[in-house]
Design a protein around this ligand. Structure first.
Ligand code: SF4
Length: 330
């Protein structure tokens, strides 16, 4: 086993390639041993009682050309979602101001596109610059990016770009056929090359096996630099979508995946993303103990429900958690 995955108090820094068999061994440890190991690594790299809070806004909803089987916004499925045009920059900034007042330190903006069109880039750049001027970190998810588009967003000061790999390479084509796993990795490489921090994770409960979950995390951990942010979503089955009837994931398997993400990527923020409304408070508490240290706040995530801020505030009080403060050099 690799040293940085073996020691419960390992700090980040060692970058030896991980094998699927090492990761499988860890994933299958007795649950208490796995959590002890993950929590030790978490504690060695982060304040275990601080959780980073992001707010997500859909700046262009629905009508997407991609066929992601889990998504309410794909034009391929009769999900009943009405498509909208790209939101006005002023409205985005006014929403961002409200998010800042609510305690969010990172503002994530998502557009349901295969990739951004050149005609939209001026507005996108204005959104990034405007949100940064409010003193928040910025994140965008706009689909596939070329090297040139990545450079333009980097020049605008974009902090993070989200582009999930969703699942393992093996299982990927069961979920999406309109673009490949390699396309996803190309966009992540373009973003990284431009100097933007990477946010990349996946979705659990799509019918994948434990091996697929492990493989997805090994792929992320073995990128030239692991993503700074790793969202772990739990599928919200969308009526009309390809995965409308997917069997829910066992919560213990979900927690195991969070723990493995923490162990394989010790310095990354691991985010509990979509699906928190279907998680008990106890399941979320286990995820925080296992190394999750980021959430989305607000009533909605793009088009999906999210626990309200009152519920999150009560849960944070019960668990003694606090919001992570933003540390920015400039
Ligand atoms: S996940 Fe993104 S790319 Fe895929 S269909 Fe939904 S909006 Fe489009």
């Amino acid at each position: 086993m690799q040293p940085h995955t073996d020691c419960p108090t390992a700090k980040s820094g060692n970058r030896e390639p991980l094998t699927a068999s090492d990761a499988t061994f860890i994933y299958n440890l007795p649950f208490s041993d796995l959590l002890f190991r993950a929590h030790g690594i978490h504690r060695a790299n982060f304040d275990p009682n601080a959780v980073q809070m992001s707010r997500l806004l859909s700046v262009k909803t629905g009508g997407c050309a991609e066929d992601c089987g889990y998504c309410s916004q794909s034009a391929h499925y009769p999900t009943g979602l009405k498509a909208s045009k790209l939101m006005e920059v002023d409205r985005v900034l006014s929403e961002a101001r409200k998010a800042r007042e609510g305690g969010a330190t990172r503002y994530c903006m998502g557009a349901a596109w295969r990739s951004p069109k050149d005609r939209d880039m001026d507005s996108i750049v204005a959104m990034v610059e405007g949100v940064r001027a409010l003193g928040m970190e910025t994140c965008m998810t706009l689909g596939m990016l070329t090297p040139q588009q990545s450079e333009r967003l980097a020049d605008a000061g974009l902090d993070y770009y989200n582009h999930n790999i969703d699942t393992s390479e093996r299982f990927y084509s069961e979920i999406i056929t309109s673009r490949t796993f390699a396309d996803r990795l190309d966009t992540l490489a373009n973003v990284r090359q431009a100097g933007i921090k990477v946010c990349a994770g996946g979705i659990l409960g799509m019918g994948e096996t434990a091996e697929d979950r492990i493989s997805m995390l090994v792929t992320l951990a073995n990128l030239p630099a692991p993503p700074e942010s790793v969202p772990i979503n739990m599928l919200i089955p969308i009526p009309g979508s390809k995965l409308a009837n997917a069997k829910p994931i066992d919560p213990i398997e979900f927690v195991r995946t969070v723990a493995l993400a923490r162990i394989l990527m010790p310095a990354s923020h691991v985010r509990l993303s979509a699906g928190r409304t279907d998680m008990s408070d106890e399941m979320q508490a286990l995820c925080f103990f296992a190394g999750a240290n980021s959430i989305f706040v607000g009533e909605t995530l793009l088009t999906a429900d999210n626990p309200g801020e009152d519920h999150d505030a009560a849960l944070f009080r019960r668990l003694g958690l606090k919001a992570e403060q933003l540390e920015r050099a400039e």
